[in-house]
Write a protein that binds this ligand. Structure first.
Ligand SMILES: Cc1ncc(COP(=O)(O)O)c(C=O)c1O
Length: 487
């Protein structure tokens, strides 16, 4: 006998690889192989072994041979046999560390050697009041609807879906997104112009990464305020970013010059909160056409507008000049890591080349579930529900400030998952300190300012009103009002 890969254990949930070699008869060989598997830790304490009959059939030996081998190992203390729970690897058998041969001594028994508990490293506790921007209400993830869609997607998926994934993304999802984005965001596209990715950050990496020569190059115009994390990604990719000043009409696109591309948040400037003025929307498209440049539209929270219907995507003005980027990070959860790039035709090939031969980032099964989530109407229902919830949260924030800190103004449009509170000049740092003392986590505007920005948006707080769970939000607001500076 040589090696054997035993399948009989499948019914009890474990494959069994046994080295059936060496001197002696079948019983001795099998006993030695099992002992070695336990001793080395390949068969973990508590693992249930296959019943005699199935292991005997798989190995082509008599049932008694298996029964005798098990009995011997039970007697030695390597295995335990109990009526009703079959034969298992004894608890407390210390495996020989990998790489050490060690002698095959029987354990000083499953003798319940007290196992010294290994202490998990301490985990950072979350803040008492979480008003950080960036996340939807995690407690509102639509677990039931998502799992129903996931189940349906799994049941209906053709077998080829379980093979390597197309780097463009599943067609089902690209079709669902093309229809959804046209209907809800005014995006003009077709499934073949959509490439699925694992979110906005991944899209930036694909567009500006060095792999496949890079799809786009800097210098890149960016808004003077934005996420430091995204700027960091660009710096890592060697892209020079040029900050565009912001005023009450949004980014000053009139100062764009020789940049090859510009990255904007037109629906709701992140984080200052204004929309890009219609004239500037037209102007930036005019600039891109004149210079052969491209506009990257970060539509991170476009579904969430509370005072009116959301303004349509900039991409609708010129699908050949705008790359529209979206993800489920605000609408559903940043944990899913699913996003999309809606591309002008000339970029589809280069982006696919940057992605590689097969899907390596976005789980195909999650893609199918999201397609089902959109097509079944669950996505619309969820977004509408969250829109109401976040609108209510924003109203509560405004009302709390009016009642307890009327000197503090909320700026920006009623949209998204965060608001900016304008602070008296010179008070941002001390307010953040006071907030930290009271267990209130939130950011100041300064954290978002481009290091080379020539203008400043002044002192302010960026309040993420979606992050806290519903039951915790009232206390968070109260704590916030308690740390705001007097007028
Ligand atoms: C400004 C901005 N853009 C894009 C995103 C989405 O990023 P991602 O899709 O990588 O989670 C976020 C965060 O959700 C954001 O704050």
């Amino acid at each position: 006998m040589t090696e054997s890969w035993v399948n009989s254990a499948e019914r009890i949930g474990a494959d069994l690889h046994l080295e059936l070699s060496g001197p002696g008869g079948r019983r001795a060989t099998l006993t030695r192989a099992l002992r070695e598997a336990v001793r080395s830790g390949r068969l973990a304490p508590g693992t249930r072994l296959p019943p005699y009959r199935s292991l005997a059939a798989d190995l082509g030996v008599a049932r008694n041979t298996v029964a005798d081998a098990y009995a011997e190992l039970v007697a030695e203390g390597w295995l335990t046999a109990r009526q009703g729970s079959g034969t298992r690897v004894a608890m407390g058998v210390p495996p020989t560390p990998f790489g050490q041969s060690g002698r095959a001594e029987p354990p000083r028994h499953a003798v319940r050697t007290p196992v010294k508990p290994v202490k998990a490293p301490p985990r950072a506790r979350g803040p008492r009041h979480d008003l950080r921007q960036g996340a939807p209400d995690a407690s509102a993830f639509p677990r039931a609807a998502w799992s129903a869609c996931y189940r349906r997607a799994l049941q209906q998926a053709p077998s080829e879906a379980f093979g390597p994934g197309d780097p463009a993304g599943r067609r089902e999802l690209r079709e669902a997104l093309a229809a959804y984005l046209a209907r809800a965001r005014g995006v003009r596209t077709e499934p073949d112009r959509i490439v699925i990715c694992s979110g906005f950050a991944h899209a930036l990496r694909l567009l500006f990464g060095q792999g496949a020569g890079g799809v786009l190059r800097g210098p890149l115009g960016v808004e003077a305020y934005g996420l430091d994390f995204h700027r960091g990604l660009l710096v890592t990719a060697g892209v020079r970013t040029v900050p565009l000043p912001l005023d009450e009409h949004g980014a000053r696109v009139d100062v764009l010059g020789r940049q090859r591309a510009v990255l904007l948040t037109p629906a709701h400037q992140f984080p200052t909160g204004g929309p890009l003025h219609p004239e500037r929307r037209a102007a930036v498209i005019g600039w891109a056409r004149a210079r052969g440049a491209v506009v990257l539209e970060d539509d991170y929270d476009g579904e969430f507008r509370y005072d009116r219907k959301p303004v349509g995507a900039l991409q609708g003005l010129d699908p050949e000049r705008v790359i529209h980027l979206g993800s489920v990070s605000k609408s559903l959860s940043p944990a899913l890591r699913l996003g999309w790039m809606v591309l002008p035709e000339r970029y589809v090939g280069p982006v696919l080349a940057a992605k590689g031969e097969r899907e390596a980032w976005a789980s195909v099964l999650d893609q199918l579930a999201l397609a089902e989530f959109i097509v079944s109407g669950s996505h619309d229902r969820h977004v509408r529900r969250m829109r109401q919830r976040y609108r209510h949260r924003r109203d509560r924030l405004v009302a709390a400030l009016a009642a307890h800190a009327p000197q503090i103004e909320v700026t920006g449009i009623a949209a998204g998952l965060h608001a900016v509170l304008r602070l008296p000049p010179g008070t941002e740092r001390s307010t953040l300190k006071a907030a930290a003392w009271q267990g209130v986590a939130l950011d100041g505007l300064a954290a978002f300012r481009h290091p080379e920005a020539e203008t400043t948006a002044g002192d302010g707080l960026v309040v993420g009103y979606a992050t806290a769970a519903e039951h915790a939000y009232g206390a968070a607001l109260e704590a916030l009002c308690g740390v705001l500076p007097p007028g």
